[in-house]
Design a protein around this ligand. Sequence first.
Ligand code: SF4
Ligand code: SF4
Length: 112
Amino acid sequence: VPYVIGSACIDVNDKACVDVCPVDCIYEGERKSYINPRECIDCGACVDVCPVQAIAMDRRVAPDEEAFVADGRDFFEKVLEGRSEPLGAPGGASGVGALHVDTPFVAAWRRE
Ligand code: SF4
Ligand code: SF4
């Protein structure tokens, strides 16, 4: 049961969660960050450090946040703009660095 980052992260993206993840599986997009569902070990360490409560277990996301479960997978399994292949499971976000790209769903998210 991997954890998922929802809409509250969009345009906050302060990476507090990145610093506490023991397996370095939180990848930095342009407007939000994304947990790699294949790499997350479900420890929950990231949940309490998020200043906007954006992180939840995938089975427990609020009904209006359901789309972020699939979107969180899409970030790694679909080809992102400007790239030639999916990210997949690179085995660590720090080695990949900031990606400066989002899924089309997040890129189009209304700005507050
Ligand atoms: S639940 Fe644990 S392993 Fe998964 S993203 Fe959060 S800190 Fe990382
Ligand atoms: S701590 Fe919360 S707001 Fe900050 S990057 Fe992680 S999910 Fe986004």
